[in-house]
Design a binder for this molecule. Structure first.
Ligand SMILES: [Zn+2]
Length: 253
């Protein structure tokens, strides 16, 4: 029994070494080839992440959920929960690199604006409130200003579908699904269920409100990935992953 346990421990450690090796290869290649500004940073060491976590705590029923459970990419910096400092989160790394690719295509400013659309559009409408006062009498200007405030408030209603963030996350989670399938040979039903929840609950401020349709889309994507017909296989980050996974040798050999 003790020998079996020792064998298991050795196998786990070997797998961890292999994963770390692949992780660092993907990370290093992505930085060298596509994202020179790529960085990774433990969440607890970032003042920005601590402030965002504090804001989330005001509304969330689970304390420090943002700090402990979520990976966050802003620009080309990937912030990870401290428990994941082992450099083995290959699937998540590919997902976050998918966001870096979206950022690279659209620029940090445009991508961030669209990703945070309900907040950014709401704040933009509020910022326009001074304009009516330049052109109209106080009554009319006040009325228009009140209208802008109401329209701004409408942007924050979480139940409204969030086109841009849903689009970006669907692409990034399709990369996740591909990597999961490639590494484990399966994309289980419960994983599809978890994704449906992530898209339709408050984790991402309700990106979609059509869980049945989304589930059908994800299942179709899974089938296409498994049969080798999904276009995500041509995504630069998936190609990068496949090259690294093929090139990485067993670190102990
Ligand atoms: Zn994401």
């Amino acid at each position: 029994m003790a020998l079996q346990q020792l064998q298991q421990q050795l196998q786990q450690q070997l797998q961890q070494l292999k994963d770390q090796h692949l992780f660092l290869t993907i990370y290093g290649t992505a930085k060298q080839r596509y994202f020179p500004k790529l960085k990774r940073c433990a969440k607890s060491t970032s003042s920005l992440m601590l402030v965002i976590n504090w804001l989330f705590n005001l509304f969330s029923t689970t304390k420090d959920r943002f700090l402990l459970n979520f990976f966050t990419t802003i620009g080309y910096t990937i912030y990870y929960p401290d428990a994941h400092n082992d450099n083995t989160w290959i699937e998540v790394l590919c997902h976050e690199l998918g966001h870096c690719w979206q950022t690279k295509k659209e620029t940090v400013l445009v991508y961030s604006y669209k990703y945070l659309f309900p907040i950014s559009s709401g704040l933009t409408l509020l910022a326009l409130c001074w304009i009516p006062w330049l052109f109209f009498n106080p009554w009319l200007a006040g009325g228009l200003c009140a209208l802008l405030v109401v329209l701004s408030g409408v942007q924050f209603i979480p139940q409204l579908p969030d086109y841009w963030r849903a689009k970006y996350e669907l692409e990034a989670y399709t990369i996740s699904m591909f990597v999961r399938w490639h590494r484990t040979g399966a994309i289980p039903d419960n994983y599809i269920g978890q994704l449906v929840n992530l898209f339709t609950d408050m984790s991402y401020y309700i990106m979609r409100n059509d869980p049945q349709k989304l589930r059908a889309e994800l299942i179709a994507a899974r089938d296409a990935i498994i049969s080798g017909n999904h276009p995500i296989v041509n995504h630069p980050i998936v190609k990068l992953y496949l090259v690294c996974a093929k090139d990485v040798k067993d670190p102990l050999s």
